[in-house]
Unconditional design. Structure first.
Lengths: 60, 158
């Protein structure tokens, strides 16, 4: 029997795109729920992640 | 983000990292179906316009040795691309040009499609997702809301 894949949907956002985040949150949660994936929202924007390279990769 | 991904891959087989400017447009396609039989450590979308060959706003990280190797290679590029405005996306560009064996570089239009009618990867019904990239958050919001309200794309030009 095939084991179910444990999957996490990881959504990035921050206050700089809060309105957009609120708009897409339900869509992302619906997708995660449809497939019984877990979901986590990170309070970090793409730009922040790009700007803080050291912070982003120091633990890799 | 990297620290978080590393941490959660201990508990998960797969992580789909997605930005707030992406909408899932086909709920029926699972991530296993999306990636098919290609068992790479990372699945990421190619880009078909602009200067970057890769778009890093949708990434699938699959737990295992291949994924760890990709993370190590990205980490090794820190000095080279650390000051680049694209950050990790530029690292993926370098790995794309090196034909990295542990990464599945998906054609644009498979993992994410564009709200740009002129592109071969322009969104169409049945596509997995639509990505409202590049523009200001205000413009992204308008296009995203329009799509959610109507199911139709408010097309933009190249």
């Amino acid at each position: 029997m095939k084991m179910k894949t444990r999957t996490l949907i990881l959504q990035g956002h921050s206050e700089v795109n809060e309105e957009l985040y609120q708009l897409t949150l339900h869509n992302h949660a619906s997708y995660a729920g449809h497939h019984k994936y877990d979901m986590l929202q990170l309070n970090i924007s793409y730009k922040e992640a790009m700007d803080d390279w050291e912070k982003l990769f120091v633990s890799f | 983000m990297g620290k978080t991904i590393r941490k959660f891959l201990v508990h998960y087989d797969m992580i789909f990292q997605v930005g707030s400017d992406v909408l899932f447009t086909n709920m029926g396609i699972s991530l296993d179906e999306l990636t098919g039989r290609v068992m790479k450590g990372v699945h990421i979308s190619q880009e078909t316009f602009g200067d970057s060959q890769i778009n890093a706003d949708t990434i699938i990280w699959r737990a295992g040795d291949a994924c760890n190797r990709v993370m190590d290679r990205i980490n090794g590029l820190r000095e080279q691309v650390g000051s680049h405005p694209w950050g990790i996306q530029q690292a993926f560009n370098i790995l794309f040009n090196a034909n990295d064996p542990d990464i599945d570089f998906m054609p644009h239009g498979k993992m994410q499609s564009a709200p740009i009618r002129d592109l071969p990867s322009a969104w169409k019904p049945g596509d997995f997702s639509i990505h409202f990239q590049v523009e200001s958050n205000e413009k992204k919001y308008i296009r995203c809301k329009h799509f959610l309200n109507t199911g139709q794309v408010l097309w933009r030009s190249l």
